[in-house]
Design a protein around this ligand. Structure first.
Ligand code: SF4
Ligand code: SF4
Length: 581
């Protein structure tokens, strides 16, 4: 059967067909749909883990005990999971272990543009890279075979355009995978120095075997064409290069680590000019150069952002992109903005008003850095807001003390904010942490987390009580506030930042896009009452828009949350049906 599938969906199907029984992940664009789709298979135990490190550890446990397991994350998640990654490379596996990692060239939804291929190199873990949805499915299955054949975890690297593009996939049959026997083996699985030293020797032997395998596997293929140009490429860059160069010869690499030295050398000997076409860093290019081969690559192609067929034509062939249709329509700009009815809006309105220094975090609420609120000063990585506010206060003492807060979401707090808060308490900090609890992992598309009370399959489960959790780690000043109560929001923040001890304010109001959230009818502005003071614009609701010299409410956007009524002193906002025309 053939089916049009997203790359991520095809990875999920590949895991199913490979007989995976345990799948773990922390959501992160562009990888999220892998585990969302795996969770649809009843046969596979799936979970959203609190963070990527835990996700990988759970998958390692499953693999060591004899099952096939897959763990998925975005590129920055691999930083969080790096600790177990480097050591599972030493222990090896038992049942197969695949780590699916999605990089985000161009940073469509990420805070950096790191290239995960270097993790394969530095952790000595083989890496496969598919170039379409069919390969996403096929390579997952191949990755499990390699994992078990060489007793190693295998990284499957995707990029945004592979993860989120659709192409036709031929579905296969699910194999009946028999759990492997588990045998206690401290020399293999207990990585104390004496054992680890011996396992490192095994890793080096495995790398030598994998290098030989890379030379002969059909994951790496030569497509002969014109011999004046030979292109070495992989992943989505292969698709772009095919479009730009057509009849050239290609060495398409499906296994990007370890690279096939002999195959590369043979290919390059038979073509006149070698080009390496890859997104981000010159990972393949540097390796080819080390083999003593002259190549054209990053001297002409950018290391920033995504490639495209047009960019490759322009930079390598010096030709302009073919003329396309020009559409004579100005598409309105759509700057990123918190949704109408967003529960975070009230907090950012108040933070802007109080002119505090705010360390922010990863999630929808990062948008609080943008106009009109411009309330956030820093955003580094998941969970960083809490440590950063503590560092700022310790470094600048009185100057910043009691003028700073950290802002973090419920899911992010559990991911890695909680350890920062323990640090504040333990080291006698007095920072105030605002947990914006919208009862879901919002930015990645509504995934459950330990604070929502539901599993990935929507089953009710124990819910982490954030108040008790903060109390338990030693925060005595914890209060819960509705962020749409602007008076109480301001009062709570002012009081807590004055405190001489660590404090937490949990702003609880569910994401406006959750199904069960129902507000009233849309509002409109009564122009007879409106004094054009524009105070309502400061909450930054996209439903309030300019109309000539007046403002109006876009009825299609307004969700009737009534936050605007709390900032308009002239009571100009009314229910849409309340005004006599
Ligand atoms: S805050 Fe009220 S009075 Fe001021 S511009 Fe908005 S609707 Fe008009
Ligand atoms: S216009 Fe007012 S009621 Fe409508 S979504 Fe915006 S803040 Fe909420």
């Amino acid at each position: 059967m053939r089916k049009l599938m997203l790359g991520n969906e095809a990875v999920a199907r590949g895991a199913y067909e490979a007989g995976v029984t345990v799948a773990t992940a922390y959501p992160g664009t562009p990888s999220t749909e892998i585990t969302e789709n795996i969770a649809k298979y009843d046969e596979i135990y799936s979970e959203w883990s609190p963070n990527e490190k835990v996700a990988l550890e759970v998958a390692i446990g499953a693999a060591i005990s004899g099952a096939r397991a897959i763990c998925s994350m975005k590129h920055v998640g691999l930083n969080v999971a790096a600790d177990p990654l480097f050591t599972v490379s030493y222990t090896g596996v038992n049942g197969g272990l695949v780590i699916a990692v999605a990089d985000d060239p161009g940073m469509h939804s990420s805070q950096n543009e790191q290239d995960s291929r270097f993790y394969a190199l530095s952790s000595k873990v083989p890496m496969l890279e598919p170039s379409d949805s069919q390969e996403c499915l096929d390579f997952v299955k191949r990755a499990f075979e390699i994992s078990e054949k060489f007793d190693t975890p295998v990284i499957l690297r995707l990029t945004t355009r592979i993860a989120h593009s659709q192409s036709v996939v031929e579905l296969g049959e699910k194999i009946e995978y028999k759990l492997k026997d588990y045998k206690k083996d401290a020399g293999k699985y207990v990585m104390m120095p004496a054992m680890a030293r011996m396992r490192h020797v095994e890793v080096e032997k495995r790398m030598a075997a994998l290098r030989s395998y890379s030379d002969i596997t059909n994951l790496n293929v030569i497509e002969w064409g014109r011999k004046d140009i030979g292109i070495i490429t992989s992943g989505i860059s292969y698709q772009y290069a095919k479009e730009a160069f057509g009849e050239a010869s290609f060495l398409k690499l499906g296994m990007v680590y370890p690279l096939p030295d002999n195959l590369i050398t043979r290919f390059c000997e038979q073509v006149e000019n070698v080009y390496v076409i890859e997104e981000l860093e010159p990972f393949i290019e540097n390796h080819v150069k080390k083999l003593g081969i002259k190549v054209t690559g990053k001297d002409k192609l950018p290391v920033l952002g995504e490639l495209s067929a047009n960019l490759i034509r322009e930079k390598l062939l010096g030709t302009k992109a073919p003329e396309g249709y020009s559409i004579d329509v100005q598409v309105p700009g759509r700057p990123p903005v918190l949704c109408p009815g967003c529960p975070h809006r009230g907090v950012f309105y108040v933070l802007n008003k109080l002119k505090l220094t705010v360390s922010g975090d990863i999630g929808c609420y990062t948008l609080g850095a943008l106009p009109p609120n411009e309330a956030i000063d820093t955003c580094v990585c998941m969970g960083a807001s809490v440590g950063i506010v503590h560092g700022m206060e310790k470094a600048r003492g009185k100057e910043l003390n009691k003028k700073t807060v950290a802002v973090i979401g419920d899911s992010t707090f559990i991911h890695s904010g909680i350890t920062g808060l323990i640090d504040i308490v333990y080291n006698k900090g007095n920072s105030t942490v605002l947990i914006l609890d919208n009862s879901i992992t919002g930015m990645t598309g509504h995934q459950h987390n330990p604070a929502t009370g539901f599993t990935i399959k929507g089953e009710p489960t124990k819910q982490v009580d954030l108040v008790k959790l903060c109390n338990a780690i030693g925060v005595e000043r914890v209060r819960v506030v509705d962020p749409f109560d602007l008076h109480e929001t301001e009062k709570a923040i002012k009081e807590e930042i004055k405190s001489d001890e660590a404090s937490v304010i949990i702003f609880q109001r569910p994401c406006a896009l959750l199904k069960h959230v129902k507000y009233g009818k849309p509002l409109r502005i009564n122009t007879e009452k409106c004094k054009k003071c524009r105070a309502c614009m400061r909450i930054g609701c996209p439903a309030i828009v300019e109309k000539g010299s007046y403002l109006e409410v876009n009825q299609a956007l307004c969700v009737g949350c009534e936050l605007c009524t709390k900032v308009c002193k002239f009571h100009s906002f009314e229910k849409a049906g309340d005004i006599c025309e």
